[in-house]
Design a protein around this ligand. Structure first.
Ligand code: UGY
Ligand code: MN
Length: 274
């Protein structure tokens, strides 16, 4: 009896909410090792309870959650940054896309300074000197990859936008599924980033299997994601990486729309030829 009390007392101290900021750990039992997160060879589902915060060089007053990188077999990296006011992002490893999830940031690049609020985004070409800093406490999704040049095709310019102002298009004529393409559909861009908004009950009309990989951040609502041969409940805050050819399908569940931000590599020869 004494021993059991002592062990529980110790666990309660180690995992006290005061020492584990932002954690839902109160009893010290850690949900008995359960999580919705899953890592498979063809996909990763990463739920917020398994996020680990880290630092990358040059980033100050900010934490980084690396969702996917070449360490997992991806050709790109996607991470979330949580800025304190005045926090700064480090140097980009290639071209960079920044999407503001909360708060506001300044993108200082190409001799211009842009203030981006929630839903604001920027594409910063590879090699452009830049400073991405938080005006206030903010969160942003960041995608980076080495730019793949193609002979005879010009490289993309710096671009900023605001997601709600991008005209939505119904996917394959389905009014319940609206896609906003945040980057121009020109061969200069070697990736696409879209938002997809599903009315309650809307679903992809087919199981997709394609060469492109995806980085996906659930922004709102939820539903069921089919990934490979598995079906997963997913909700706002979750991240999913899909490897090339990972069978995929999504159906929105609930009374509110489901929305996600989705990256795909795009517009390049599968053999990587220039
Ligand atoms: O663009 C896409 O490939 C998108 N329809 N995929 C997805 O939502 N899983
Ligand atoms: Mn797809």
């Amino acid at each position: 009896m004494w021993r059991r009390q002592s062990i529980w007392g110790c666990a309660a101290w180690m995992h006290s909410p005061r020492t584990w900021k932002g954690s839902s750990v109160h009893s010290g039992v850690h949900n008995l090792g359960h999580t919705r997160s899953v890592r498979r060879s063809s996909y990763l589902l990463q739920t917020p309870d398994t996020f680990i915060r880290t630092q990358i060089p040059g980033t100050t007053k900010a934490s980084v959650i690396v969702h996917v990188s070449p360490a997992l077999g991806a050709g790109f990296t996607q991470y979330s940054v949580e800025f304190e006011p005045g926090g700064v992002l480090g140097a980009a490893a290639g071209e960079r896309f920044v999407y503001v999830l909360e708060g506001s940031v300044t993108v200082d690049a190409g001799m211009h300074k842009h203030a981006l609020g929630r839903g604001g985004y920027a594409y910063i070409p590879q090699g452009v000197e830049q400073r991405v800093s938080a005006i206030e406490k903010a969160r942003a999704a960041v995608i980076e990859q080495p730019y793949r040049t193609v002979q005879g095709i010009g490289t993309p310019e710096l671009l900023v936008g605001h997601e709600p102002e991008v005209a939505p298009q119904a996917l394959m004529g389905d009014e319940g599924l609206q896609v906003r393409s945040l980057l121009p559909d020109t061969m200069a861009f070697d990736f696409a980033v879209n938002t997809m908004t599903y009315a309650p009950g809307a679903a992809l009309s087919m199981v997709e299997i394609h060469v492109m990989e995806h980085g996906l951040l659930m922004l709102e609502g939820g539903g069921i994601y089919r990934l490979d041969d598995d079906w997963h409940p997913v909700t706002a805050g979750d991240f999913i990486w899909m490897a090339p050819y990972c069978p995929q399908w999504f159906g929105a569940i609930g009374k509110a729309p489901a929305k996600y931000l989705i990256y795909k590599d795009w517009n390049r020869h599968p053999l990587g030829a220039e």
